[in-house]
Each structure stands twice: as C-alpha cells, then as structure tokens.
Design a protein around this ligand. Structure first.
Ligand code: KG4
Ligand code: ZN
Length: 359
C-alpha cells in the first residue's frame, strides 16, 4: 500500500450534499477541500426533511459539488487514488444519488470505489482531525444519530448503546417547536436556557434507573409539553421567563443523562480518548459537562471542529482511505442501503429519527 493516498469523498445521505478531497501522508490526514451544500431552505416550510425533495436536490447538485471540491483542491480526477461514497444508512433517494455519481466516476476513470457507512465517517473523524490511536470511545449526538461506540479499528465498531427513540437533536428541535422558538432548535433552546433557571421545573431523567448505556429522549420532550401546558393553564399564558426556565430544565436533563451514561461507558470501557461528534456536541453546557467528566476520569476529551462534527464529505473520504487500506475496493455491485448497522453484532436500534432510519 502506498504511503500517500488521495481520495474524493461524496456524502448525500440526509440534507447536505457534500464532496471533499482528503490526502493521507505518512499516517496523517489532510483535508485539501471540503464542500457542503445544505438544503435547510428547501425543507424549511415542511418542518422536517422531505425525502423526495432531498433526493432531487442531491441528484441536481452532487456532480457540481464534486467539481468544486476538485477545483478547490487544485487536482484533476486523474490525480486521485480512489473514490469513497456514503452507501448508507440514510434516506435512500439521496444515498442513491451519491452512489450513482461515484460509480459513474469510478467506471469512467478506473479508480477504486469504496462504499462507506455514514456512521463510520463520523466515528473515524477524530483520527482525521487529531490522529488519535485505537481504541477510543465515541458519543455521536445529532439530529439523526445517538449512539455510544467503541472504535477498535477502521471497520471494528461496538455499539454500547444508543437512543431507543428520538435522537437528542431531534428532541431539541421538537422542544423549540413546542415553545415557538426558531429552528434549528438546538441553538435557540441553548440561548433561552442561558437566561433560565434549570431547577424550577422538574423533568425526568429517562432510563437513568436502568443499567446500560441506552438513552431515550421522546418522553422528555413530552414532559416539556406537559409542563408548558400546566404553566399555561395556571398562568393563562407563557411568560418569557417560563420559556427560559423550561429550556434550561430540558437542557439540564439532556446533559445529565448524557453525562451519566458517558460516565458508565467510560468506567466499563477505560480508553485514552473520549470523542464527541454531531450537532448537539455544539451545545456549550453539554460540552462543558462532558469535558469535566473526562477531566475527572483522566480521559482525553476530544470534540472535532463543528464543521467536521456535522455532516460532511471529508469524513467519508477519510473513512474510505482507512477502509481501502484494510479491505481494498468495492466493485460495481455496491448498493445503496437505507439501513446499515455499523456494529454487525448488536441488534438494530428501533428508533427512527426525523432525518431517516437510524442504524
Ligand atoms: O449533526 P447535525 O448537523 O445533523 C444531523 O442531524 O445529521 O445535527 C443537527 C442537530 C439539530 O437537531 C440541531 O438542533 C442540533 O444538532 N444542534 C444543537 C445545537 N446546535 C445544533 N443542539 C443543542 N445545542 C446546540 N447548540
Ligand atoms: Zn450524520
């Protein structure tokens, strides 16, 4: 295997069309370009991602993103060593757009084609950004994902636990909706929470009474709805302070369960590094609490830069490189998969997030 590999990555499994060029040199990754075109505006009127609209937008934009990524990297297709593409899990129309584009490019150039699991992309990001060694623990918390992973190799993942219903970002978004705050809900709930009293309104800490690392956020969201209705019935309306207190209480409850489940996971699986990824990792209270937990356990806490925590194609190119080194390329029978559990040994999670099937 050559010492240096340069891969194009393509990502289209949800509501971001992305392409990137990543180079591995002497064991370290370098992002030569990373283009992400979000679709937020296209879905805004519908209160969630509409799969058909997403698929059409991916099909229309994916080749243009590839063109831009190559131009920004200053490389022609011929300078690449391979093409990595998200082959699942995700919204099938979008995944198909990316896989067809990658297959077309691979057929035209003869370059190796590597199908990558989207979650592997997230899970391997700390190796791209910080070059950390295996094994490590990963907490993926976004609008569509929520799982604890132990990462032992490029294709060796153990899912310790995950959400049995909503993903945490999804719960932040729904709470924002309940309280008439703007979407995406995470940043607006966080801003309100900063002015709120987290102790005034009691909310549950779901699944803390049960052993293991599974999480649940659906009941917490319903508890916020009930608390809002209770306050409105009693006061005849919701004051600004009530809304801030509800946000603070909700955010504190999410942070409490994430911290406690992380503490359990790290105690049972002592590793050098604990990494987080996903949009919810941007939450300052959650981030600070997880950082404090790691400091107490003598574990390195790692949160990749936000643009690499959220959906992007650099993580796909990187995972493609690592997996190509391990197992070689896929052939033209590569298929797009709506569901694709990262950990082949653990049973699939039953939840299904607003952004499509969870794995
Ligand atoms: O990883 P991401 O960009 O997309 C996927 O879900 O794949 O995550 C987006 C989610 C949204 O649900 C958003 O509300 C949440 O991350 N989020 C936050 C914050 N910023 C974004 N949640 C809590 N606090 C934040 N500051
Ligand atoms: Zn993702």
């Amino acid at each position: 295997m050559p010492d240096s590999l340069t891969f194009l990555g393509i990502e289209s499994s949800c509501d971001d069309t992305a392409a990137a060029v990543v180079r591995l040199t002497s064991g370290r990754g370098e992002i030569l370009s990373s283009v992400v075109e979000g679709q937020t505006a296209l879905h805004a009127a519908f209160g969630g991602v509409v799969p058909e609209i997403a698929a059409r937008a991916h099909a229309e934009r994916v080749d243009l993103c590839v063109e831009r990524a190559l131009a920004e990297a200053g490389l022609p297709l011929a300078a690449l060593d391979g093409i990595a593409v998200t082959a699942g899990p995700g919204l099938i129309g979008g995944v198909l757009s990316g896989v067809m584009c990658a297959k077309g490019l691979a057929a035209a150039t003869g370059l190796p084609l590597v199908g990558v699991n989207h979650l592997a992309g997230h899970a391997l990001t700390p190796r791209l950004t910080d070059g950390i060694d295996y094994p490590y623990l990963m907490l993926l918390v976004s609008g569509g994902h929520c799982q604890f992973l132990r990462v032992d190799g490029p294709d060796d993942f153990t899912r310790l636990g995950g959400s049995i219903d909503d993903a945490p970002g999804e719960a932040f978004d729904k709470v924002a909706k309940i309280l008439a705050l703007p979407q995406p809900g995470g940043p607006s709930v966080q801003a309100e929470a900063e002015r709120g009293d987290a102790k005034r309104i009691p909310l549950p800490r779901p699944l803390l009474d049960r052993p293991g690392y599974d999480l649940s956020f659906s009941g917490l969201k319903t508890a916020v709805l009930r608390a809002r209705d209770g306050l409105m019935a009693g006061l005849g309306g919701l004051r600004q302070q009530d809304r801030a207190d509800l946000c603070a209480a909700f955010q504190r409850a999410v942070a409490d369960v994430l911290v406690e489940k992380s503490r359990r996971a790290l105690t049972d699986h002592p590793v050098r590094t604990f990494a987080v990824a996903g949009g919810v990792a941007a939450n300052s209270e959650i981030r600070a609490r997880l950082q404090a937990l790691c400091a107490g356990l003598d574990t390195v806490f790692l949160a990749p830069p936000l643009r690499l925590c959220t959906d992007n194609a650099a993580m796909i190119a990187w995972a493609g490189i690592e997996q190509f080194q391990l197992r070689g390329a896929d052939d033209m029978t590569l298929v797009a998969r709506p569901r694709w559990p990262l950990d082949k040994r653990s049973p699939a999670l039953i939840g299904s997030g607003k952004k499509g099937a969870k794995a």
